[in-house]
Design a binder for this molecule. Structure first.
Ligand SMILES: *[C@@H]1O[C@H](CO)[C@@H](O)[C@H](O)[C@H]1NC(C)=O
Length: 192
């Protein structure tokens, strides 16, 4: 049952993915690469937060600033760094879920949710690696589509708990992933 829900949601993600391609509003691109004097992180985060209200400027700047390479790279580099942050986040949560599944204390429903989340994160880690290669290869449509899939998978994990009227254990993790993926969308849009 959970599995069929998952595959339904994954196929849904592909239709959403097509939808995303057609409804995505073009982001005004200030081409920060052409202005090396400005702080690229702040510039990129300002543009992103303005274009997408789900992105908090402060979260964006803080997330990027902790990575030393952020300060010397170009916009494509920031896209790769954001993608790497997503991958770290997903990997961390994936192992957290695996550890939780080792514990016998959870109800049957909770275990089912955890299993769905584990599968989602598994798939999301695979997909985010493809986003990384797509950005490296300047295949920005592929990158955008992969990011959409990651978003859908994280949403699936978050929503599966409410299906059995339970509280998600991963709201904070999922919210971080959502926001990082929104940042990735914006950067990918500026790049293409
Ligand atoms: C996820 O990423 C955010 C932003 O980079 C960070 O603050 C948070 O600690 C990360 N969470 C995990 C579980 O890695």
């Amino acid at each position: 049952m959970m599995r069929s829900t998952l595959s339904l949601l994954i196929s849904l993600s592909f239709s959403l993915l097509l939808l995303h391609g057609t409804t995505a509003t073009p982001t005004p691109s200030p081409s920060p690469i052409l202005r090396p004097k400005t702080d690229l992180i702040k510039e990129t985060c300002k543009t992103s937060a303005k274009a997408d209200s789900n992105i908090a400027y402060k979260f964006c700047v803080t997330s990027l600033q902790v990575v030393p390479k952020s300060h010397t790279t170009n916009l494509q580099g920031l896209g790769l760094i954001t993608t790497m942050l997503i991958k770290n986040n997903l990997t961390h949560t994936h192992s957290r879920i695996r550890n939780l599944l080792k514990k016998p204390k959870f109800s049957k429903d909770m275990r089912s949710c955890l299993k769905v989340c584990l599968e989602c994160y598994d798939e999301a880690i695979y997909t985010i690696k493809e986003v990384n290669s797509a950005i490296m290869g300047k295949r920005y449509n592929d990158a955008n589509n992969g990011a959409t899939t990651v978003m859908t998978l994280a949403t699936t994990c978050e929503d599966v708990f409410s299906e059995v009227e339970m509280k998600s254990l991963f709201t904070k993790n999922n919210d971080d992933v959502f926001q990082l993926v929104e940042m990735d969308f914006q950067i990918i849009n500026m790049l293409r």
